[in-house]
Design a protein around this ligand. Structure first.
Ligand code: HEC
Ligand code: HEC
Ligand code: HEC
Ligand code: HEC
Ligand code: HEC
Length: 232
């Protein structure tokens, strides 16, 4: 007796099971993608090349201004990461007292000297990244309007390794655009994160708002809420 069902149907249960699992994965994946709150990206902290770069050492201990390295942040839409040449201004062998002293230090900065010698960029991993369907984020417009690095990146000078402090979601952009006053600071303070930190404490909210309102009027701030400002 031959079978009622052709031979290939033996594979049917397997195929159906696979399809079911595949379908489930899609559904779960889809739901996961849509319901995952964007603030889950807060805290994103990729491992950086070499031993990494410490903002705590350079910006806090050594007191370097952010713009010593991020030279474009108030000049163009794109903020920039400094090249190895900027680092070599201090990390050329023998230049820093500390580097001529300690073999341990020389080992830690070896990756910078290697990159410089071979003319290769240091492959830093990007931390903050908006999706491609968002128009080029205008860094300079924010910094020159007097929005501090603190409002959008947290106190980077406290970070031995940079991590994402804010959600960077559309709601986050719009919350500030609808109500920018409390985020406006004196222009000379935009990079002075330790001076600003206490001013942003909740108990100083009223004073901040009063100061921010003054800046808002003086600078004729108009933060866009129309879709075309941020989308193509
Ligand atoms: C000595 C140079 C130097 C100084 C000074 C400096 N940075 Fe950086 N910064 C870097 C380098 C190098 C990176 C890339 C490596 C990393 O992300 O840790 C970086 C990364 C960053 C990033 C993350 C970029 C990304 O991938 O999204 C932010 C934000 C940032 N810096 C803000 C600041 C702020 C704010 C200050 C001032 C308080 C500052 N930096 C001072 C060199 C510097
Ligand atoms: C203005 C001078 C200066 C510049 C510019 C500079 N550094 Fe440094 N860096 C120092 C000093 C000083 C130390 C030593 C701090 C210590 O050991 O107390 C240091 C230490 C380091 C260390 C060792 C950290 C550790 O844990 O001991 C690394 C890695 C480093 N720097 C990377 C960089 C990179 C990458 C750049 C360029 C983006 C850079 N530095 C630019 C002055 C500088
Ligand atoms: C209004 C919010 C806002 C302010 C203020 C701000 N940033 Fe950013 N920053 C961002 C966003 C958003 C990105 C990611 C942009 C993108 O993906 O196009 C970013 C990216 C960066 C990067 C990475 C650039 C790259 O190409 O890897 C650096 C460095 C940086 N910011 C430094 C600073 C410094 C320094 C300040 C203060 C002087 C500052 N930012 C102020 C929101 C801000
Ligand atoms: C903490 C406050 C704050 C956050 C967060 C913020 N912005 Fe803004 N943004 C401003 C202010 C203030 C202005 C107005 C500048 C002016 O009037 O000179 C502005 C202006 C702009 C402009 C118009 C620039 C121009 O040249 O007129 C764009 C585009 C923009 N923001 C995009 C974004 C996007 C995209 C995000 C989120 C990823 C964002 N902003 C997050 C405060 C903020
Ligand atoms: C101030 C800047 C800004 C404005 C104005 C703005 N958007 Fe967005 N939008 C963003 C950013 C930033 C994202 C990416 C957020 C993320 O990564 O989740 C986004 C994401 C989106 C998405 C993707 C959905 C999602 O959450 O993943 C849609 C759709 C969208 N915007 C539509 C609009 C429409 C429609 C308008 C006008 C009513 C608008 N946007 C106005 C900044 C803006």
């Amino acid at each position: 007796m031959s079978t009622i069902f052709p031979r290939w149907t033996n594979a049917l249960p397997t195929v159906m099971a696979a399809a079911l699992v595949g379908g489930l994965t899609l559904v779960v994946g889809g739901v996961w993608y849509y319901v995952t709150p964007k603030y889950w990206e807060v805290g994103y902290m990729p491992t950086q090349p070499g031993g990494g770069f410490s903002h705590q050492i350079h910006a806090a201990q050594l007191g370097m201004d952010c713009r010593y390295c991020h030279t474009n942040v108030d000049k163009s839409a794109e903020a920039n990461i400094p090249s190895a040449a900027t680092c070599m201004g201090c990390h050329t062998p023998g230049l820093l007292q500390v580097s001529s002293r300690s073999a341990e230090h020389n080992a830690k900065v070896g990756f910078i000297r290697d990159a410089y010698a071979t003319d290769d960029p240091i492959p830093w991993r990007r931390v903050h990244k908006l999706p491609d369907y968002v128009r080029n984020f205008p860094h300079h417009a924010h910094v020159t309007a007097g929005v501090s690095c603190l409002s959008c990146h947290g106190n980077i000078a406290r970070m031995p390794v940079v991590w994402q402090h804010e959600s960077l979601s559309m709601g986050w952009c719009l919350d500030c655009h609808r109500n920018p006053e409390p985020s406006l600071v004196a222009r000379e303070e935009v990079t002075r994160l330790f001076d600003l930190e206490p001013k942003f404490e909740p108990q100083n909210a009223a004073a901040r708002l009063a100061e921010g309102k003054k800046f808002w009027e003086e600078r004729k701030i108009a933060a866009p809420e129309n879709c075309g400002a941020c989308h193509y």
